[in-house]
Design a protein. Structure first.
Length: 424
């Protein structure tokens, strides 16, 4: 029996792709291996969103090959920078060719090498029609679309995922219902940009949320990242949809810069004022909102004044969490051709923003100490204890609890990245 191990990197969207490939492999008669060590083939489902990530992917592929493993590469890397993929791999599939994963293993078994990356724009693969491998767990990822409607000057992911293709609401609802029947308690709606969901098929994210939350059962919905320029078009509807108790009060809204000039150079198509308008609308009507945002420092053309504008925005808005990234040029993007900010200055700005984000996060999290909150138990934590998620998706470590259980928890301690509590 040929044994295959699938390891996925990057976003939850990619993780769902990995589970689809696992199901296709099992359907084709292959056995899944829990670890690379026990596998004949290792499928590396790659991410290539940043330069450091790309380098890690390339190292991982070569490391596995040097350890004697037959590697098949899938995911975004084959689209973004195929030149860094070790030539000794046994197959390469693009993101819209994952339905050929069993074929790729079969071809490799017969001495061939399946490469299916070109022509991805013409492929019309509806991934919600593919099978999924059901695992024991609390959270289940449901992709709602693939691709986006933006043309950011720094982003290479769109070279892999393409233009927006929303999946039909009835298919999304079908997968949510199936997951709930199988015991999952958390549904993660995922996409490159959930904010533009449905714009190509005559619906939107707020309408989809209304359909999902109308499903019977006690469960929670986590909505993935959404870009401000799309959210503002459906702002009132979306804020109303978020008031349903089944929706986590969690908003991942990347601003990327606090300077309008930099945003224009990024091709982001919104202003700092519009970002703040969205945040204020949510905070007015969704109490306890957990605001997450992303910021890129050192983007080409970011002056000292522009960076100060970003710092001031962070101080005004005070997000619960900020994902700080140092700009790194991605192959084939417009911004890669522009004059770059010196590396030492990028590091300096990154460190300043990192210190600020930790301080603000700690100050916000401290306000939860002494309060009782609802928590969905996820399971054993990576560093001990039992991990759970609060009503607004904050990470909390408990002393006990069963996966999938809803508990009332007294928060007794807070750090900048997580809380600790005891069931009451």
């Amino acid at each position: 029996m040929v044994r295959v191990h699938v390891e996925s990197y990057g976003c939850t969207r990619n993780r769902a792709d990995g589970e689809m490939m696992e199901a296709l492999l099992v359907s084709a008669g292959y056995e899944l291996a829990e670890t690379p060590e026990g596998a004949d083939y290792v499928v590396v489902n790659t991410c290539a969103v940043k330069d450091p990530t790309e380098k890690h992917m390339a190292r991982r592929i070569t490391e596995l090959i040097d350890a004697g493993k037959r590697v098949i590469v899938t995911g975004c890397l084959p689209h973004v920078n195929p030149d860094v993929i070790d030539s000794r791999v046994y197959g390469i599939l693009g993101v819209k060719s994952i339905n050929r994963i069993a074929e790729a293993v079969s071809v490799a078994e017969h001495g061939g090498k399946l490469v299916s990356v070109e022509g991805w724009r013409e492929r019309n693969l509806d991934k919600l029609e593919l099978p999924r491998l059901w695992k024991n767990g609390v959270a289940f990822v449901v992709p709602i679309s693939e691709g986006c409607l933006n043309a950011c000057t720094y982003c290479a992911t769109r070279f892999a995922r393409g233009v927006l293709r929303s999946y039909r609401p009835e298919l999304v609802v079908k997968w949510v219902k199936e997951a709930l029947v199988r015991g999952y308690k958390e549904i993660q709606l995922s996409s490159e940009d959930t904010g533009c969901y449905g714009f190509d098929i005559g619906t939107n994210l707020a309408e989809l949320l209304d359909e999902v939350t109308s499903i019977e059962g006690d469960f929670r919905v986590r909505v993935g990242m959404m870009n401000p320029n799309h959210v503002i078009k459906i702002l009132d509807e979306l804020v109303e949809a978020y008031q349903d108790p089944k929706v986590y009060r969690f908003l991942h809204l990347p601003v990327q810069s606090g300077d309008d000039g930099v945003l224009r150079r990024m091709g982001r198509n919104y202003t700092v004022g519009e970002f703040e308008e969205i945040v204020n609308a949510f905070r007015r009507q969704v109490p306890g909102l957990n605001l997450n945002t992303d910021i890129i420092v050192g983007f080409p053309g970011e002056t000292d004044e522009a960076f100060r504008n970003t710092v001031e925005l962070v101080k005004r808005v005070r997000p619960d969490k900020i994902n700080v990234s140092r700009y790194s040029p991605r192959p084939g993007t417009i911004a890669a051709k522009w004059k770059q900010v010196p590396g030492w200055k990028v590091k300096e700005r990154s460190r300043e923003l990192h210190r600020l984000r930790l301080r603000i996060a700690y100050e916000i999290n401290r306000t939860y100490v002494g309060k009782t909150v609802e928590v969905l138990v996820h399971g054993p934590g990576k560093k001990g204890g039992i991990e759970g998620r609060t009503f607004n998706y904050k990470d909390i470590i408990l002393d006990f609890g069963e996966p999938g259980e809803f508990l009332k928890v007294a928060v007794g301690w807070a750090g900048s990245t997580y809380l600790q509590g005891t069931a009451v």
